[in-house]
Design a protein around this ligand. Structure first.
Ligand code: PLP
Length: 374
């Protein structure tokens, strides 16, 4: 592309065949990926959009021993006019850089990172599923590649971006999940790495999640690591509670909570729909009491994957607490519609959150030439 330091090789990689009917989440990947390397001497170099490929890494690469690695996630959405929308992609890039700082990794140039995403999405747009609620998931990653067993920041890194067509998060409909409140395992701690999107936070959550699954729940509600009383997050999502159908209450960012872009967007959007918003420290015992008293009328997880995932049940210390009759509530439905209408370009975006990747004319030309589409 002109004016860019990103090489595209080969220029033409063909149009994909039809996508599998059941895409799931992150199981199918497109034909190309972006990559660039970093060394202390050269900075970022060798920016390339090339074929999707297996990585060849030395077994001593630092990522395997220190886990020095970050990632992020955002989506491209098919608009009614055939073009694609990126959603708050600069904000996502800023979070990527914040994660990099926390993990002693180099910053990427925000403009170049966003350009790599836009260009990759433009080239791979034909992989974007068209069914309701589906999207092209974007996964940027950075890993430490210096070959050393020493425990110190690596001097060499690989930054790459892959794309995955994903189906609707709730293929069987918008159904509430049941959540096990973990007072044994914690996800992360203030001053730790909870604010960063780094794999250790997720690896550390797996044993607790397996335990919750074995007990018949689908997700874990994580409490703070010190008192094990204050609500942090649910699964890999932020969480909110609705009071009396009109006030949305979410834990204040504490350093242990990932600052979700969906969370931030809903906090900005909700007042325009007439809801109050509160960010504070939330004691799980108060919430459960408020559920029993009927003051908490809904609860939901918030994140890029599902946008909103209603919670129908909390299990805490041997007791279950049901919310909203185990059904999705009206506030969850209204927020989901308002935000996804902006993301998919079905409604005007008064916040300037979306940026368009122009592909509609290319799609029309390819379709006219007989290429398959999904
Ligand atoms: C731990 C965690 N919390 C919250 C979120 C939600 O963040 P976002 O809304 O930016 O997807 C995510 C997803 O990235 C996550 O992994």
């Amino acid at each position: 592309m002109s004016g860019s330091r990103i090489r595209v090789e080969p220029a033409d990689i063909g149009v994909p065949e039809n996508l599998p009917k059941e895409l799931g989440f992150g199981r199918v990947f497109t034909s190309r990926m972006f990559s660039q390397r970093y060394s202390a001497a050269k900075g970022w170099h060798d920016a390339l959009i090339g074929p999707y490929r297996t990585l060849a890494l030395d077994p001593a690469a630092e990522v395997f021993h220190c886990g020095q690695m970050i990632f992020d996630g955002t989506k491209a959405y098919r608009r009614p006019d055939g073009d694609l929308n990126l959603f708050r992609v600069e904000k996502n890039a800023e979070r990527f850089n914040n994660s990099a700082s926390r993990m002693a990794m180099p910053q990427v140039d925000i403009g170049e990172h966003v350009q790599a995403i836009s260009e990759l999405v433009r080239l791979e747009h034909a992989w974007t599923p068209t069914q309701e609620g589906a999207a092209l998931y974007i996964r940027p990653v950075m890993i430490a590649t210096e070959n050393t067993l020493e425990v110190r920041a690596s001097r060499d890194f690989l930054h790459y971006i892959i794309l995955s067509p994903v189906g609707p998060y709730f293929p069987g409909g918008f159904k509430p999940v049941s959540v096990f409140v973990s007072d044994q395992y914690v996800r992360t701690v203030r001053g730790g790495t909870g604010e960063a999107k780094t794999p250790g936070n997720y690896a550390g959550s797996l044993a607790g999640t397996e335990k919750a699954l074995a007990a018949g729940y689908q997700q874990v509600l994580w409490l703070d690591a010190v008192e094990r009383l204050y609500v942090d997050e649910v699964g890999a999502m932020n969480i909110a509670f609705v009071y009396e159908g009109k006030r949305i209450r979410t834990p204040a960012l504490s350093g242990a909570i990932l600052p979700g872009i969906t969370r931030d967007s809903l906090l900005k959007l909700a007042p325009s729909l007439g809801y109050g918003v509160t960010e504070d420290r939330i004691d799980i015992r108060d919430v459960l009491r408020d559920i029993e008293a009927g003051n908490v009328t809904e609860a939901f997880g918030i994140g890029t994957g599902a946008v909103i995932a209603p919670v129908g049940r909390f299990g805490y210390q041997g007791r279950n607490y049901d919310v909203c009759g185990g059904e999705p509530g009206p506030v969850a439905k209204r927020l989901l519609k308002a935000l996804t209408d902006i993301q998919y370009g079905r409604a005007v975006d008064p916040y300037g959150w979306t940026s368009i990747v122009k592909v509609a004319s290319a799609t029309r030309a390819a379709t006219a030439a007989g290429a398959s589409r999904f």
